[in-house]
Design a protein around this ligand. Structure first.
Ligand code: ADP
Ligand code: MG
Ligand code: MG
Length: 479
């Protein structure tokens, strides 16, 4: 099936002179409002350059956008329940962790903490559910994945409506801004951190951001710090790598995680989601120490495990949603956003999935238990990998997913150092909806949807990570 097309919000191409002029304005707007990143190729801590962005907002069906927004609290609660269902998590991850060392390490920490006295039963989730649109009889959102750790771009994307409104006005299309939704992801996510801090209830406590050695996505992270500091001048925020946590924090006799004499109320991970972020046993030790402490973790280890691809696949199996959600209208709405998800375990259904994928590899994506983009396989790679792993236990570390073919839309992608004027290119958009949840196994204190991000990539790229330099930040234009 060939990919369908949307028309862009204004006729393209734009007059070249006008285009160049408005791009200069837009880039300056971006730089001056922190729609920026650090350069990976020529790293210099003192320099921030524009984050790649789509000049014009991309069309997105209003009803599907609203559906995604409405479903977020339902999904938050579902994932919260999944994370607290030990038996389900253990059963689901069992085969994958035999062959995937990273998942096994996370699982080990979970087991260790589970077997001790639980010091903190509250978890904080700053989640993001991601969608691509699929054409059936009409366009429908399909869930790409559900992220439970280090969900990014909530802050920068909160700036985008204003930036896009400015651009549209400069192009003489100010009337169109009425079709662009507001976005309060940043204040919503930070309110989640502040609520967790208050639930911790120790006045001198601090918040700890766990960060990478080098934070390329520094604007997005710092905006959270600035927002929290503005709303709550009493809250001090520390940034530390896992290695620094190992070297510089301690657990006191009350199992409080201590930094320079202050207990940590909330640990917010912006790192720790991929193997390279744990180069030695020290980082794993640090993770275990945090997990053992009284601090409220965002996410706790079981939240992170609930966010694995394997769990996503297990939720799509017959009867599983009903187990968590009952037989309700909401259950059907959630099932409707799922696309084909298949286990590759060594059993009958796993064998069937392998056969199916080998017969038509283009229709599928092969996904390992990884986060952060750039790990999946597509098309010919799916075939090669499955042929190679067919009789190897390694296969169970992957899931197979039906490939979603989103509609194309023409647009301009603006990158640092990109061509001026840029060509009109076909892009596809992925919507992310942010959710906040705070609760224990027994009680949910807060559960809400807080905002969105639209990320677009060139239509012929398999993946479009913005941080990886392949994607671009975008805004939905509701149609
Ligand atoms: P990660 O946790 O690494 O971000 P994702 O599941 O989001 O993993 O996959 C990364 C990217 O791959 C997505 O942003 C999307 O562009 C593409 N992708 C993932 N699953 C599918 C799918 N089923 N169909 C089409 N593209 C997909
Ligand atoms: Mg992810
Ligand atoms: Mg993703």
């Amino acid at each position: 099936m060939s990919q369908a097309r949307f028309t862009s919000c204004i006729p393209l191409p734009l007059d070249q002179k006008k285009l160049v002029n408005v791009i200069e304005k837009a880039k300056d707007w971006a730089l001056m409002h922190g729609v920026g990143m650090r350069d990976r190729k020529h790293f210099n801590k003192d320099v921030i350059q524009i984050a790649p962005f789509a000049l014009l907002p991309s069309p997105f069906p209003r009803a599907e956008f609203e559906k995604a927004v409405e479903l977020q609290p339902v999904l938050n609660e579902l994932m919260h329940k999944v994370a607290h269902d030990d038996e389900f998590l253990m059963g689901t991850l069992q085969n994958a962790l035999q062959v995937d060392e990273f998942t096994a390490n996370l699982y080990d920490i979970w087991m260790k903490v589970r077997n001790e006295e639980i010091r903190q039963s509250l978890s904080l989730g700053l989640f993001r559910s991601d969608y691509l649109m699929q054409q059936a009889d009409k366009y429908k959102i399909k869930q790409v994945e559900f992220n439970t750790i280090a969900t990014s771009f909530g802050a920068i994307s909160s700036r985008l409506p204003a930036m896009t409104r400015y651009i549209l006005r400069q192009l003489g299309h100010g009337d169109l801004v009425k079709n662009m939704p507001e976005n309060h992801a940043l204040s919503g996510l930070c309110a989640g951190i502040i609520s967790a801090y208050d639930l911790f209830g120790v006045p001198s406590a601090v918040v700890l951001f766990v960060v990478e050695e080098v934070s390329y996505n520094i604007c997005d992270q710092r905006f959270h710090e600035f927002e929290i500091s503005e709303k709550r001048p009493d809250i001090m925020i520390h940034r530390m790598t896992l290695n620094e946590i190992y070297e510089e924090t301690q657990l006191n006799d009350k199992k409080q995680l201590m930094i320079e004499g202050s207990p940590v109320a909330v640990v917010y991970y912006r790192s720790g989601y991929e193997p390279a972020q744990y180069p030695s046993s020290k980082e794993w030790e640090a993770r275990l120490r945090v997990e053992r402490s009284t601090a409220i973790k965002c996410p706790s280890i079981h939240y992170q495990l609930a966010g694995t691809k394997k769990v996503q696949q297990a939720l799509a199996a017959p009867g599983v949603l009903e187990k968590f959600m009952g037989d309700s209208a909401a259950t059907n709405r959630v099932r409707d956003i799922f696309t084909g998800l298949y286990s590759l375990d060594f059993d009958e259904s796993g064998e069937r999935a392998v056969e199916m994928a080998l017969a038509d590899a283009e229709k599928f994506v092969l996904k390992p238990q990884r986060e952060g983009g750039g790990n999946n396989m597509y098309g010919a790679e799916v075939r090669e990998a499955l042929l190679r792993m067919r009789h190897s236990r390694e296969r169970a570390a992957y899931i197979l997913m039906e490939r979603i073919l989103p509609p194309l839309v023409p647009g301009y992608v603006i990158r640092p150092g990109g061509p001026l004027p840029p060509p009109v290119v076909d892009i596809v958009s992925e919507l992310g909806i942010y959710g906040v949840i705070i609760g224990t196994k027994e009680k949910v204190y807060q559960n809400c949807q807080v905002g969105h991000v639209l990320r677009s990539k060139l239509a012929d790229a398999n993946e479009g990570g913005v941080a990886a330099g392949l994607g671009a930040l975008d805004s939905p234009y509701l149609v």
